[in-house]
Design a binder for this molecule. Structure first.
Ligand code: ZN
Length: 607
C-alpha cells in the first residue's frame, strides 16, 4: 500500500458561523428570520448538496413525530396524541422564502423536517460558502422541548427553532427527520439578534453583548433602547458551540451567582410558592456540583451557564438548560445537575445523539449519580445520604428489566427502539452501568484518568464510542473490544456464581466458580479467612492485561479465565473450615442478573 492510499484520513470536522436576526410577533407567536450561515467544508469530499433541519415542522398533525407517538406501544406522555390535535394557529412551521448560496438563489425540497438544498455548484474540499435564508416561522404550542405556553406558563421555550445546517462527517450526511430524538450539530460561532416586545425577559445559551441597552437583570446601568414598535433588540453571542437555544417570558425572575470556578450562573424562573425556596437554594448547590464536575470531567470552558425554566422536563443546550421548575428540591437539583453534566457529554464532547444516544445520556447519568452522591456527602441534599455505590438502584432496575426479556441493544438508533421503555433503560441506565462496570474492569484510577483524557483529546470535537474505548485501552493496557461489543451491541447478560468449596487432603481448599451467563467478565473475589479479607482478581484471557489497583485496593493476581470454559478452579492455601465467606464483586458494580449465588455460603432468604 502506498502512503497516499491511506484509507483512514486524519480526523476532520466541519465548521459554521451563524448570524441570525429574528423579528418576533408576540401576538401571533410568529417571527421572521434572516439568517446567514458560513460553512467551511473541511471534509476531503466534494459536496453536491446540503440539508437543513426544520424541526418546527414536526409539530403538525400526522407528522412522523405524531405517527410515531400514535403507534408506539408506550408513547411518551408529554407527546401522546397532542400533536394530532394542534389547530392551525398552534402548529409549528418554517416557511422558507429564500435560500441563496454565495448570492445564487437555490432550489430546495422540503420533506417535513428536512430541507434538501440543491446547490448551484459543488462545495469542494476546503471551500467556504455562505448561505442566506429568509423565513417566516410559527412557534408551536409547547409539546416536546420547544414551543409556546408551557404547562408551567412559560411563554416561549425556543429550542430547535431555526433552520439548522445538518452535520456531515466521515459517516456522511446526518439528515435524520425529527421523530422525537435527537440532535447532532456542527461547531461554530453564533451571533443571534432577537427583536421582541420590551416586556419580555430573554434568557439564552449565549452571552448578551448589549446589556446596557437592555437591563432586565443583565446590568443595573442601562438605558433601555426600545424602538418605535416597542421592542428591544437583544444581541447574544455564543462561541464554539453547535446549537443555540433561548426562552422568553414577561414574568421571569432573573438572578445570578458567580461560582467558585469563575463561571457566571444565571437563573430564570417564575417566582411563586412552588419555586421560590428551591430556586433560592439552587445556586449554592450548583456551585459545588460544578467544582466536582470540573475535577472529574475537565474544565467548563464557557463564561456562563443559564438555568432556565421552560420546556417540558429537562433538555441540554450549549451554555444553558431548559427545565421545568416546579419541583421538589431533590428533583430540581437532580435535573439541573444532569443537564449541567451534559455540557461535557454532548455539548463539548459532541457525540451524535441520534446514532449513539447512550454516549451522551449514559455518561451524563453516570456522572450525575456520582455528583449527587458527592453533594449528599457534603450534606447539601435533603433526605439523601452518601453511599459507597450510588449506582446500585440503577443496576437493580436494569437487572429486573433484563430478566423480564424487555431489553433492546444499546446500539439501536435513538428513534428506532421498539418501546420507549427499552430506549430509556438502554440509553440512560444500561449506558451508565457501562461506565460503572468499566471502572470495575480497569480499576477506578484508570477509569478516572480515562474520563479526563477523553475530554483532553476530544473536547470541541465529535468522538465516537470507539474513540472513548480506545483511550480506556491505552490508559489501562487492557483490551476492551469484547466488552464494548457485548454490552453495547447485544443483550447478553452476566451471571457468575460461587459453585462449591472443597477441602483437600493437604489442608488446602479448591474453590469452583461458574459462569452461567452469556457475557464474560473479569472477577474480583473477596475471600474471608477467619474473618480477614483477601482480595483476589481473575482477569479474562481476552483482556491481555489486568487491573493492578482499584480505588486504592491492590489484588492478589490469579490466572486469567478463558471465557470458553464455564468453570474456573481456584486453589486456596487455607483449610476449608477457616474460609468463612466468599463474595464475587463486593463493590456491587457488576450487573450480575442473578446475584444470589455470588456469595458463599448462600445468604438465607429473609422471612
Ligand atoms: Zn440527558
Amino acid at each position: 500500500m502506498r502512503a497516499d492510499d491511506n484509507p483512514r484520513p486524519a480526523y476532520w470536522q466541519q465548521q459554521v458561523r451563524y448570524l441570525i436576526e429574528v423579528d418576533f410577533d408576540v401576538e401571533k407567536h410568529r417571527f421572521t428570520g434572516k439568517q446567514e450561515v458560513m460553512f467551511i467544508n473541511n471534509s476531503p469530499d466534494r459536496l453536491d448538496r446540503v440539508y437543513f433541519h426544520l424541526y418546527y415542522n414536526a409539530f403538525q398533525p400526522n407528522s412522523m413525530m405524531d405517527q410515531r407517538s400514535a403507534h408506539i406501544a408506550d408513547p411518551d406522555s408529554r407527546v401522546g396524541n397532542r400533536i394530532s390535535r394542534l389547530r392551525p394557529n398552534e402548529v409549528g412551521y418554517h416557511n422558507i422564502n429564500l435560500i441563496k448560496m454565495d448570492g445564487v438563489e437555490c432550489e430546495f425540497e422540503i420533506t417535513e423536517t428536512i430541507m434538501d438544498v440543491f446547490i448551484p455548484f459543488f462545495i469542494e474540499p476546503g471551500d467556504t460558502v455562505n448561505f442566506y435564508l429568509e423565513y417566516e416561522s410559527q412557534v408551536p404550542l409547547q409539546i416536546r422541548r420547544t414551543g409556546r405556553d408551557s404547562e408551567e406558563g412559560i411563554a416561549y421555550s425556543m429550542a430547535q427553532w431555526y433552520p439548522k445546517l445538518a452535520q456531515y462527517d466521515d459517516q456522511g450526511w446526518h439528515a435524520h427527520p425529527y421523530v422525537g430524538r435527537e440532535f447532532y450539530g456542527i461547531f461554530g460561532d453564533f451571533d443571534v439578534i432577537i427583536n421582541i416586545d420590551s416586556s419580555y425577559t430573554v434568557a439564552a445559551g449565549g452571552v448578551l453583548q448589549n446589556p446596557e441597552e437592555i437591563g432586565h437583570g443583565y446590568t443595573d446601568e442601562y438605558e433601555a433602547k426600545v424602538d418605535e414598535n416597542g421592542k428591544l433588540s437583544w444581541f447574544f453571542r455564543a462561541e464554539n458551540v453547535h446549537d443555540f437555544a433561548w426562552a422568553a417570558d414577561t414574568g421571569y425572575t432573573h438572578t445570578t451567582h458567580m461560582s467558585e470556578q469563575g463561571t457566571l450562573f444565571r437563573f430564570f424562573y417564575l417566582s411563586n410558592e412552588r419555586t421560590d425556596h428551591n430556586w433560592g437554594l439552587l445556586p449554592g448547590i450548583l456551585d459545588s456540583a460544578l467544582t466536582y464536575l470540573v475535577a472529574r470531567c475537565g474544565d467548563y470552558p464557557y463564561p456562563e451557564f443559564s438555568v432556565i425554566q421552560g420546556g417540558d422536563g429537562g433538555m441540554e443546550y450549549p451554555m444553558a438548560t431548559l427545565i421545568t421548575g416546579e419541583r421538589p428540591l431533590l428533583s430540581l437539583v437532580g435535573v439541573t445537575v444532569h443537564e449541567l453534566a451534559h455540557m461535557w457529554y454532548y455539548l463539548i464532547l459532541a457525540t451524535n445523539e441520534s446514532i449513539y444516544p447512550y454516549m451522551d445520556e449514559g455518561f451524563t447519568t453516570y456522572i450525575t449519580e456520582e455528583t449527587l452522591n458527592y453533594l449528599a456527602g457534603k450534606n447539601l441534599l435533603p433526605r439523601r445520604e452518601y453511599t459507597s455505590n450510588p449506582h446500585a438502584a440503577r443496576i437493580a432496575s436494569y437487572v429486573n428489566f433484563a430478566r423480564e426479556g424487555r431489553e433492546e441493544p444499546m446500539s439501536t438508533f435513538a428513534d428506532h427502539y421498539i418501546t420507549n421503555a427499552a430506549y430509556w433503560m438502554a440509553t440512560y441506565t444500561k449506558a451508565s452501568i457501562m461506565l460503572v462496570q468499566l471502572s470495575y474492569i480497569i480499576g477506578q484510577e484508570a477509569f478516572d484518568q480515562t474520563l479526563l483524557e477523553f475530554y483532553d483529546t476530544w473536547k470541541f470535537k465529535h468522538p465516537r464510542p470507539d474513540d472513548f474505548f480506545r483511550i480506556a485501552e491505552k490508559v489501562s493496557g487492557i483490551d476492551l473490544k469484547w466488552y464494548q461489543n457485548q454490552w453495547i451491541h447485544t443483550t447478553n447478560t452476566i451471571d457468575y456464581g460461587v459453585d462449591t468449596i472443597i477441602g483437600n487432603p493437604d489442608g488446602s481448599s479448591s474453590l469452583i466458580l461458574v459462569n452461567n451467563g452469556t457475557m464474560p467478565m473479569p472477577i474480583d473475589l473477596t475471600v474471608y479467612v477467619e474473618g480477614s479479607p483477601y482480595y483476589l482478581h481473575i482477569p479474562l484471557v481476552i483482556m491481555h492485561g489486568r487491573k493492578q489497583i482499584d480505588d486504592g485496593l491492590e489484588f492478589m493476581q490469579m490466572e486469567p479465565w478463558a471465557w470458553t470454559n464455564p468453570m474456573y478452579e481456584l486453589h486456596l492455601p487455607f483449610p476449608v473450615e477457616e474460609i468463612s465467606r466468599v463474595v464475587i464483586d463486593e463493590t456491587g458494580r457488576l450487573a450480575d442478573v442473578n446475584p444470589v449465588d455470588n456469595v458463599y455460603p448462600r445468604e438465607r432468604e429473609s422471612d
